[in-house]
Design a protein around this ligand. Structure first.
Ligand SMILES: [Zn+2]
Length: 292
């Protein structure tokens, strides 16, 4: 149902592409931990799944890095990789004196080249320890993982893959929220993805939601928080409005540690905080449990 509704806003994708998850690229020799400021050798960091060995800070992963981390090697088949957002509002930054006067369409083009992706989410199907599942993995490196019509359409299609193939669905979220350049079209994706998840539920299929740093705004207010089981990586920012925005607009400072995974767990919003090295095993156990 949702497929047809979205066609005017997204480039049509008919192809099905078999792709292997890319391994993390090794560039510079070292990287500084943003939390504890430790200098970490990139090689050690990669070996440690991009988790700081000193303070346990979980660095952001690209969508393909996360897929490689979670699923059985060679099992991932990417779908609808050529779906893209269009520029329905002819969005331009205001005021005219702003240094970045690119249109949204031009910005999208630049983001595609920078991130090496057509949109801020990668979808497909794969197996985890031989259990099949449909998955959508968001990528913060593409416009801050913001949800526009392209992202919403792809998330919806990932859920529909689950319904069609009668397999569970996993969505790994990371997002700064709805994409303001598409205005109302972005907000509509909240209802669209939630409606698709309701259909998945009616079909009796489980939905696992994985929250990674950061999961905020329209994504946290829709599909990210609708999981039958909701997992989060340690220390991830999880909220609707980020603490910096609250401070700017309301002039109040939130107490330390009130917008992270651990706080969400303490207050019953999520089911577990899982270290990155245990994610694959935890998901395998859940898939096994729900297959009974
Ligand atoms: Zn650290």
């Amino acid at each position: 149902m949702v497929k047809e509704a979205s066609v005017p806003l997204t480039g049509q994708a008919s192809s099905t592409k078999e792709t292997q998850p890319a391994l993390p690229a090794i560039g510079n020799v070292a990287e500084k931990c943003p939390k504890c400021k430790e200098i970490l050798y990139r090689r050690d960091l990669e070996k440690n799944l991009k988790v700081c060995s000193r303070c346990n800070y979980h660095f952001k992963l690209t969508a393909h890095e996360r897929i490689a981390l979670l699923v059985d090697q060679g099992s991932f088949s990417e779908q609808d990789a050529d779906i893209i957002s269009v520029d329905p509002l002819q969005f331009r930054v205001q005021p005219p004196s702003h240094p970045d006067q690119r249109t949204y369409a031009e910005k999208l083009q630049a983001e595609r080249q920078k991130a090496g992706l057509n949109e801020g989410v990668v979808i497909g199907h794969a197996t985890i320890e031989t259990h099949p599942l449909a998955l959508a993995v968001m990528d913060f490196h593409f416009m801050g993982g913001s949800m526009g019509s392209g992202v919403g359409e792809k998330i919806t299609r990932a859920i529909e893959i689950g319904i069609e193939r009668k397999i569970p669905v996993l969505i790994a979220s990371t997002s700064g929220g709805a994409r303001m350049q598409e205005g109302l079209y972005s907000l509509m994706q909240m209802a669209k993805t939630s409606a698709a998840l309701a259909k998945l539920g009616e079909a009796g299929l489980p939905y696992f939601s994985l929250l990674t740093d950061p999961t905020t705004g329209g994504v946290s207010a829709s599909f990210a928080m609708l999981g039958d089981v909701i997992l989060a990586e340690p220390g991830a920012l999880i909220c609707f409005t980020g603490p910096r925005v609250i401070e700017q607009f309301m002039h109040i400072k939130l107490p330390e540690g009130t917008v992270n995974s651990e706080f969400a767990l303490q207050h019953g919003m999520i089911d577990a905080v899982v270290h990155r090295r245990d994610l694959r095993q935890t998901l395998a156990q859940l898939l096994h449990l729900y297959s009974k």
